[in-house]
Design a protein around this ligand. Structure first.
Ligand SMILES: *Cc1c(COP(=O)(O)O)cnc(C)c1O
Ligand SMILES: [Zn+2]
Length: 403
């Protein structure tokens, strides 16, 4: 079996192993899964219960562990956001982010021989995708090459290199690096699982499949997620289109994409009513995982927001910090700043009247905060110090302050 590809924009189809259409836009896998309803999910674990909607079925090894993340509801964050929020905990993955879904599908396709002879798998990333790709290639006994920017912080490099990939730091334009790897990789049998390539997007569509499955037979009103390259957003759009076409959902949820205001090319284009997303000059933001100033699937994400009746918006670093803290203090959920944008964005959408208090909103928390806390060597501070002999007395005093 060979994989076909289709352009969401111009409809062009190809059997060539390319990531881009002749029109320049990114391609999706061209899949015709036939009829699907919720009874067609299997009892496989994680994302593989949707194997009827995937080009390959569950492999052994680490790839079997991707997906199946919890969705939690009824938290105090409903009051915070002003609507009914359902938190999708993508940080539960083996490497702490939804990127594992795409890495798992990519490696499963390699294992199944769907992508021909592969000498190595590569990626271009400075964070979660590099870590995820490195872990899944290690587990599937496949050589891995990771290109990182040469200004990557050493803590993040350490997190990536623990899995033993070949790490290459690159000086120069990151967008160009992304394109060169996609164009030239196939000549050398290197499968680049970059953020918006068809295989990665196909795996990452399972986030939205799982959310919709959790609501079935009802449909959530909206999904809110951070967007950077647009790979995850494009996967969510593909998922809801496929579910709708198959008749598994009778309405398409609105897709809302959130960016950091310091780097918001998709939100800017949405706001301006533009047709295409173009490169912006970005400032620094704490949401470093979503700081792509020239997103390869930006236009595709923009289209997804418009066609589902959603939007693309921006939140500033203060809103992100406040949301990150609310998640921890009110719901016990640790996320990295990029993920907190989804909750900050939900709150803003309610304030702007774009979401209602009665809506059921799936908030995609894309990555854990644990990695960051560990890597940053965050300074912990205790509130008090006592000798062990004084603990009993301390408890009495402490209990007194609680009442
Ligand atoms: C990669 C990533 C994103 C953005 O996903 P894109 O597919 O690049 O748009 C958001 N949050 C986290 C934690 C990520 O790792
Ligand atoms: Zn095209």
């Amino acid at each position: 079996m060979s994989l076909k590809r289709i352009c969401y924009d111009c409809g062009h189809r190809t059997t060539e192993p390319v990531a881009r259409c002749v029109c320049g836009e990114p391609l999706w896998l061209d899949t015709d899964y036939g009829p699907f309803d919720w009874n067609d999910t299997t009892d496989e674990q994680g994302m593989w219960r949707f194997d009827a909607l995937l080009p390959v079925s569950r492999p052994d090894g680490l790839a079997a562990a991707a997906g199946g993340t919890p969705l939690i509801s009824g938290t105090p964050l409903d009051a915070y956001a002003g609507t009914n929020v359902h938190l999708k905990l993508e940080g539960e993955h083996p490497t702490g982010s939804f990127k594992d879904r795409g890495s798992a599908l990519g490696l499963a396709a390699v294992d199944a021989g769907l992508v021909g002879e592969v000498t190595a798998v590569g990626t271009v990333s400075h964070g979660n995708m590099a870590m995820s790709t490195a872990a899944y290639t290690a587990a599937h006994d496949c050589p891995c090459v990771v290109f990182v920017p040469d200004d990557i912080p050493p803590e993040r490099l350490a997190v990536i290199s623990q899995f033993g990939p070949t790490v290459v730091d690159v000086a120069g334009d990151y967008g160009r690096l992304y394109d060169i790897t996609l164009e030239r990789g196939p000549d050398h049998g290197i499968l680049f699982l970059n953020s918006d390539v068809p295989l990665r997007v196909e795996g990452q569509k399972t986030t939205a499949l799982e959310i919709c499955a959790a609501f079935a037979p009802a449909v959530p009103d909206a999904l809110v997620m951070p967007v950077s390259s647009g790979g995850h957003a494009s996967g969510a759009w593909k998922a809801v289109r496929e579910l709708f076409d198959a008749g598994a959902i009778d309405e398409v949820p609105e897709l809302y994409f959130v960016q950091a205001s310091a780097c918001s090319p998709v939100a800017d284009a949405y706001e301006a009513g533009a047709e295409d997303v173009t490169r912006v000059v970005a400032d620094e933001t704490i949401a470093y995982s979503i700081a792509n100033p020239d997103p390869p699937s930006g236009t595709r994400a923009l289209r997804a927001a418009r066609e589902t009746g959603g939007a693309a918006i921006a939140v500033d670093d203060d809103e992100i910090r406040t949301a990150q803290r609310a998640l921890a203090v009110e719901a016990g959920v640790t996320v990295e700043p990029a993920s907190a944008t989804a909750l900050a964005g939900t709150k803003q959408l309610v304030e702007r009247g774009m979401l209602d208090a009665s809506d059921e909103v799936a908030v995609v928390l894309t990555g854990t905060g644990l990695k960051e806390a560990a890597a940053s060597g965050a300074v912990a501070r205790s509130d008090d110090h006592v000798d062990v002999d004084a603990v009993e007395g301390y408890l009495t005093g402490f209990a007194g302050t609680i009442e």
